[in-house]
Design a protein around this ligand. Structure first.
Ligand code: FAD
Ligand code: MG
Length: 352
């Protein structure tokens, strides 16, 4: 035993002696890398796959590569809280933990999940459940966007629908817990969390004194600041019937978000019918409101995201009526109909 100890400590000494030289080489290389990184040109934009989509940020002022990293780290952190899917590293999101404990017990969650879920439930109330964060069982049965998406049987849709009720979601803000009253319930924040993420990135940009930037989280755009002191950003609204990059309209925006919900990114076809991913919690089927897309233009991306999904489900008549009653001025919606014609609606302008 003693022998073994002395042999191993001798080996350790040798190891340390070799390490001394290797460490200094390593430190020198590290220093060189840090120096190179410091003078590496700042990227014009950075893209990564997050929140189930390609996310791109372009910083046009005061950008640094560290800032890009901080922004994308924030997206990754939001994903670990709000994803309804399995995370890439095998961990379980806070939202999934709530879902796993449906009908069993309340789950302690972060303040930001309480914030987003509470706002989602507010939209569920004012839309009569057309926007519904409890839509998870339906999303799971359709699985649109995944390779195994398929037309479910009637009885599967009925069983899922029976579990979709936002009033069975209990948010206890004081104790910071969320409880789903019935087993099998499932929250899905896919219709609102990208908006929250965009707002969070804008907060980071403001703290870093970046006044010109464009954030694109897979169709959820934030035009931060303006392009030049005299020119706003110009953001195109995709023509859903044309190849990507062909626009129906171009909006001028400064400090505004443009959020689109449409049929043309996530769908599958069966027997010549297109089944897309925005589901109507009244029927259990993809919303059939005569629309191809709705774009909401606003200052707050969280609200714009929820509204774009809600207005898509409600359709033009009910959607524009909801918008005219929605508190807060300055929100505009662009409805694109099946024949690519366009109608606009907005909240009531503020009194002068
Ligand atoms: P939106 O109209 O904003 O939202 C539509 C989405 O909201 C649907 O896909 C569904 O998830 C949900 N929804 C459907 N009907 C309703 C309704 N009536 N009311 C409320 N919500 C409804 N995708 C992946 O494929 N893999 C992933 O790992 C993944 N992770 C994600 C993690 C996070 C945190 C987020 C926010 C999204 C993630 N996504 C993932 C993408 C997500 O599944 C949606 O496809 C995406 O958010 C849809 O956004 P949209 O802007 O296209 O449409
Ligand atoms: Mg949305």
């Amino acid at each position: 035993m003693k022998n073994r100890q002395s042999i191993s400590s001798g080996a350790a000494r040798n190891h340390h002696a070799g390490c001394g030289t290797r460490c200094s080489v390593f430190l020198a290389l590290l220093g060189l890398l840090v120096a190179l990184a410091a003078c590496a040109p700042v990227e014009e934009s950075r893209s990564t796959f997050a929140l189930g989509t390609v996310c791109t940020v372009s910083l046009f002022e005061n950008g640094t590569n560290d800032l890009y990293t901080a922004l994308f780290d924030r997206l990754a952190a939001i994903e670990t809280v709000m994803s309804a899917n399995e995370l890439a590293d095998g961990r379980i999101s806070e939202l999934s933990r709530v879902n796993q404990n449906a009908g069993i017990r309340p789950v302690a969650v972060s303040g930001e999940l309480i914030t987003v879920l509470s706002r989602a439930l507010f939209f569920a109330e004012i839309t009569g459940g057309a926007f519904n964060p409890a839509v998870g069982p339906l999303v799971a049965v359709w699985n649109i966007g995944a390779e195994n998406a398929r037309l479910p049987e009637e009885h599967e849709i009925a069983a899922a629908l029976a579990l979709v009720n936002h009033r069975d979601v209990v948010v206890d803000a004081a104790n910071q817990t969320v409880y789903l009253k019935r087993e099998g319930m499932r929250l899905d924040l896919g219709g609102i969390a990208k908006g929250y993420a965009a707002d969070e990135l804008v907060t980071i940009l403001k703290e870093a004194d970046v006044r010109r930037a464009v954030i694109d989280l897979g169709g959820n755009i934030y035009a931060h600041g303006s392009k030049t002191p005299t020119q706003k950003w110009r953001i195109g609204i995709q023509n859903p019937l044309s190849p990507r990059g062909e626009y129906l309209a171009v909006e001028e925006a400064a400090d505004k978000t443009l959020v689109t919900s449409g049929v043309y990114e996530r769908f599958f076809e069966e027997n010549g019918i297109c089944y897309h991913h925005i589901l109507d919690p009244k029927t259990g089927y993809p919303a059939d409101s005569g629309l191809l897309s709705v774009t909401v233009i606003a200052e707050n991306s969280l609200d714009a995201d929820a509204l774009s999904t809600a207005l898509f489900v409600l359709g033009y008549e009910q959607g524009s009526s909801l918008l005219s009653r929605f508190p807060g001025p300055g929100i505009e919606a662009v409805f694109v109909f099946s024949d690519a014609t366009v109608k606009r609606a907005s909240t009531v302008p503020a009194e002068q």
